[in-house]
Write a protein that binds this ligand. Structure first.
Ligand code: CUA
Length: 164
């Protein structure tokens, strides 16, 4: 097979680019720990009353580490009584330097869970538990936004996180 000189250049360029992308992917996963948020468990949306989501809320699990159980439903996030009246957009408060692991599930349809200015964007699918961990290293108020169209009240489905 005879290859034109330019063909060889392009084949080499493509091989180098693919190699670089593959190396970046592997380094991202193994060295920098970048993974797609994935469901950590299954849950029956009809039987949430017998799970941790029966009483959503924030738990301190030692030092600056927290777990937040949040139930998404049309059209609000329920983050427990400490986050404000149920049905209203919740306010979650954490001290600066907190490491918070969010566990989110849905009672009805697919919702989103996006935290402004932090790299967390979860798909909240009924029947699955979505999980993501964030380190809040600077003070501020950051919105939680539902980024999946979930019906008539989608645009009023939000909350906020206050780091103080
Ligand atoms: Cu929930 Cu959009």
């Amino acid at each position: 097979m005879v290859l034109n000189r330019l063909e060889k250049y392009w084949l080499t360029a493509v091989a180098v680019a693919l190699g670089a992308y593959t190396a970046a992917l592997i380094a991202g996963a193994l060295v920098f720990g970048i993974h797609l948020p994935s469901p950590v468990g299954r849950i029956d949306p009809q039987k949430l009353d017998s799970t941790a989501f029966a009483q959503p809320g924030i738990h301190n699990i030692g030092g600056n580490r927290y777990e937040a159980y949040i139930l998404a439903k049309m059209w609000a996030y329920d983050a427990g009584p400490d986050a404000g009246p149920v049905g209203a957009p919740p306010t979650l408060r954490f001290p600066v330097g907190s490491e918070v692991t969010f566990y989110v599930t849905s009672k009805d349809v697919i919702h989103g869970f996006y935290i402004e200015e932090h790299s967390l964007s979860l798909e909240v699918v009924p029947g699955q538990i979505a999980r993501g961990t964030i380190n809040f290293n600077r003070p501020g108020t950051f919105h939680i936004i539902c980024h999946e169209f979930c019906g008539a009240g989608h645009q009023i489905m939000y909350g906020q996180i206050v780091i103080e």
